[in-house]
Design a protein around this ligand. Structure first.
Ligand SMILES: Nc1ncnc2c1ncn2[C@@H]1O[C@H](COP(=O)(O)OP(=O)(O)OP(=O)(O)O)[C@@H](O)[C@H]1O
Ligand SMILES: [Mg+2]
Length: 292
């Protein structure tokens, strides 16, 4: 069966000027990748390597210096403001800090109904019905609509953010560290919800995280960001478990490492030596050929 392409990111670039004109920060440098329908494309990498900037560029929340973002055949970066507003229906973002992304003075019903209202969808009564349905979909009681964000737990608040994100039936959700602020026991509930919704609604995700266990749990393919560049791992399943750990650990350590893998027929031996020299994730992928 042919896979349907949902998101095509081509040669995306964003450099921030440093204050006082003293050079630039390369936040995202020539990044390209594709996301297909029903897929979760994970982006992992150390802090500051450009993951959040990449997410924001895709949704055009910040302006790219160069490159293309094509969502369902629509060239997002060259749309007029009016057409961009329409295209926003198809792509939503979920952030790490659910409390900060919900307006503390508004009731949940109003918060979730807002995107529907902005896009002129349904009457007030119909929107209320949709909100009730959305709350049930994310595992919350519809009565939640009459309460305020501070009256919920962190996990429940993230469910509210997810309900708002799926209100317009998007094609793509960019989730930037959506479970990092949650307790480990709650993390898996929210991750399972995301997986359920992906299947139910044929959603695609760009899932940004620095947590390898989380990424392994939810992602179908993974891109590793390192110093603003992205390397794609074709699929983690071609690697042995020990190789996966080494590749991912290597790519997400806050400093460069060189990995030595040696093997015998009887067992596995490996050692890591660090820090040695800057090394790109591409090199790490070559450990695939190491004799294990
Ligand atoms: N608005 C901005 N102005 C200047 N520099 C910025 C801006 N936004 C991000 N940067 C810089 O771009 C780089 C990438 O930042 P980004 O927030 O994308 O990293 P990240 O991978 O999401 O990190 P973390 O895992 O800590 O969230 C950093 O060096 C950051 O300081
Ligand atoms: Mg970030």
């Amino acid at each position: 069966m042919m896979k349907t392409l949902v998101l095509d990111v081509k040669n995306l670039k964003k450099h921030f000027p440093l204050k006082g004109g003293k050079g630039i920060v390369r936040a995202v440098d020539d990044v390209s990748f594709q996301v297909y329908e029903g897929e979760t494309f994970g982006i992992v990498g150390e802090s500051g390597c450009g993951k959040s900037t990449l997410g924001r560029l895709i949704l055009r929340l910040i302006k790219a210096d160069h490159g293309e973002v094509v969502l369902d055949g629509i060239p997002v970066l060259s749309l007029s403001p009016g057409n961009l507003r329409k295209a926003r229906k198809k792509m939503q973002m979920v952030f790490q800090d659910a409390m900060a992304s919900l307006d503390a003075r508004q009731k949940i019903g109003r918060i979730i109904a807002e995107p529907l209202k902005v896009h002129g969808i349904g009457t007030k009564g119909e929107r209320l019905d949709t909100v009730r349905h959305l709350l049930k979909t994310v595992g919350l009681n519809p009565e939640a609509m009459d309460r305020y964000p501070h009256e919920f737990s962190g996990g429940q608040r993230q469910r509210i953010c997810i309900a708002r994100a799926i209100a317009l039936n998007p094609r793509l959700v960019v989730a930037d560290e959506p479970v990092s602020a949650l307790d480990v026991s709650i993390q898996s509930q929210v991750l399972n919800l995301l997986v359920d919704l992906r299947e139910k609604l044929s959603l695609s995700y760009v899932f940004i995280s620095h947590d390898l266990a989380v990424v392994e749990h939810i992602c179908t393919r993974i891109g590793v960001m390192y110093l603003a560049k992205l390397s794609k791992l074709p699929t983690l399943s071609i690697y042995t478990p020990i190789q996966r750990i080494l590749i991912l650990r290597h790519c997400c350590l806050p400093f460069p490492v060189r990995i030595h893998i040696t093997g015998t027929k009887k067992g596995l031996f490996f050692r890591e030596i660090f820090p040695i020299r800057p090394m790109y994730p591409q090199d790490a992928v070559s450990t695939r050929d190491a004799p294990i």
